[in-house]
Ligand binder design. Structure first.
Ligand SMILES: *Cc1c(COP(=O)(O)O)cnc(C)c1O
Length: 404
């Protein structure tokens, strides 16, 4: 854990002040992660677009904007949130996938950068806008990478992007509609530890670059890994920067133009900034396990059930308690196990359990399942805790319902 992380005593005070379940984010950690990227790449022509689907609270978007990052969006609503947060359109990238053309038209009218991921939408774009709006193309490189199949997007059975072996079709659309292709994009998956995956991506793009006359950028996507448990590795950003730089040195000015490199980190920027604090409702001893039920479930943090993700859990109310083995579960009417057979300092009813690495795809994937309230969110910045989303109230459950 870095020094900047929030202490158990501080997290306890947040839980007491704002109630549980609670998401708390440490702004300093986001800055630390962003600085790692800009420091490693400081001598190269590289930009970072925060993949905001990881966490879209408007205050987080503004904080990341102020750090100097750009933003990558996966829906037109995220584009509008980014505009609302004060990103100028030229710092907003919309990497669409499988969307209707009306959404692309809307993004075009908002003036943002667009990556198109199907021949069908590229054709529609060409017909309507021709050369008037430079556009990017998302390619599927046929690379298998990422933590597991659910978060792997670049392999040759993935729905994402236009397969590179259909490049001739892309080129004939470019020709037919005089399209200006400004960037080629690949995103191979999440939790990529090996920098060579990105180098492999660059190698594939190098072969294609000379065939596109208006290229200014190549976009290598996101997917940098962060450690979730002791001994876990993090993508070595310094090494990545060296390897990317070296790959470009071996292909000077591909296509005769200097190209800017883009990355789209999501998890890397916000995962470790986030703490999810819950309170223990019930302890149930059975032959199979000692179950600890907390005041939450996969309605608030779905990653363990959905991705088999590991989140470190501490009992911040009993830091010196005797370690015991527990299964940590939720309170919803579904199997919602957060952790099986996990060693945690002795847990008592009423204790606070904190889940680490909860900043990315935590609150963002939460729901009102079981008609439970979504948690509150707090941002800790310059030593101050700010409530940035109030907990749902009963009227929120009825808000969009129409009573006949
Ligand atoms: C999800 C996504 C990212 C970010 O992935 P992380 O694993 O959070 O870094 C980047 N680019 C695109 C196109 C994505 O869909």
């Amino acid at each position: 854990m870095s020094q900047e992380s929030l202490s158990p005593a501080y997290l306890t005070r947040l839980a007491q002040e704002f109630g549980t379940p609670l998401y708390a984010y440490d702004a300093a950690k986001i800055k630390q992660q962003y600085d790692k990227l800009t420091t490693a790449f400081n001598n190269s022509n590289t930009l970072f677009f925060y993949a905001c689907k990881a966490l879209t609270n408007i205050n987080i978007l503004r904080y990341i904007r102020d750090l100097g990052a750009n933003v990558d969006c996966s829906s037109v609503n995220e584009v509008k949130l980014a505009l609302h947060a004060g990103f100028p359109p030229e710092r907003i990238l919309y990497t669409s996938n499988g969307i209707g053309f009306d959404e692309i038209e809307e993004a075009q009218s908002l003036g943002v950068i667009i990556n198109i991921d199907s021949l069908s939408n590229l054709e529609k774009f060409g017909r309507k806008f021709g050369a008037s709006h430079p556009v990017g193309v998302r390619l599927r490189p046929g690379i298998m990478a990422g933590g597991n199949l659910k978060i792997s997007t670049g392999h040759d059975k993935s729905k994402f992007g236009i397969p590179v072996d259909q490049i001739e079709k892309v080129l004939s659309l470019v020709e037919k509609y005089q399209l200006e292709i400004a960037d080629l994009h690949i995103h191979t998956g999440s939790e990529i530890v090996d920098p060579d995956v990105f180098v492999k991506g660059i190698e594939i793009l190098f072969d294609l670059i000379p065939r596109f006359n208006h290229l200014k950028f190549i976009d290598l996507g996101g997917g940098f890994k962060v450690p979730y448990k002791d001994g876990d590795s993090e993508t070595d950003i310094q090494l990545l920067a060296q390897k990317v730089t070296k790959a470009f040195e071996s292909h000077p000015n591909p296509g005769g133009r200097p190209l800017q490199v883009w990355f789209e980190p999501g998890k890397f920027l916000v995962s470790e900034s986030g703490y999810f604090i819950t309170k223990v409702n019930v302890i149930k001893t059975t032959d199979a396990a000692t179950f600890v039920s907390v005041d939450s479930g996969f309605n608030h943090l779905i990653r363990p059930m959905f991705y088999d993700a590991y989140h470190r859990i501490d009992n911040i109310s009993n830091p010196n308690g005797q370690p015991r083995r527990y299964s940590v579960v939720g309170n919803i009417c579904e199997t919602d196990t957060f952790a099986w057979d996990r060693t945690i300092n002795e847990v008592r009813e009423g204790d606070y359990l904190v889940f680490y690495n909860a900043g990315a795809y935590g609150f963002e994937m939460s729901s009102n399942f079981n008609s439970r309230y979504k948690p509150a969110e707090v941002l800790v910045k310059d030593g101050q805790a700010h409530l940035i989303r109030r907990r749902d109230r009963f009227e929120d459950l009825l808000r969009n319902q129409i009573e006949l």
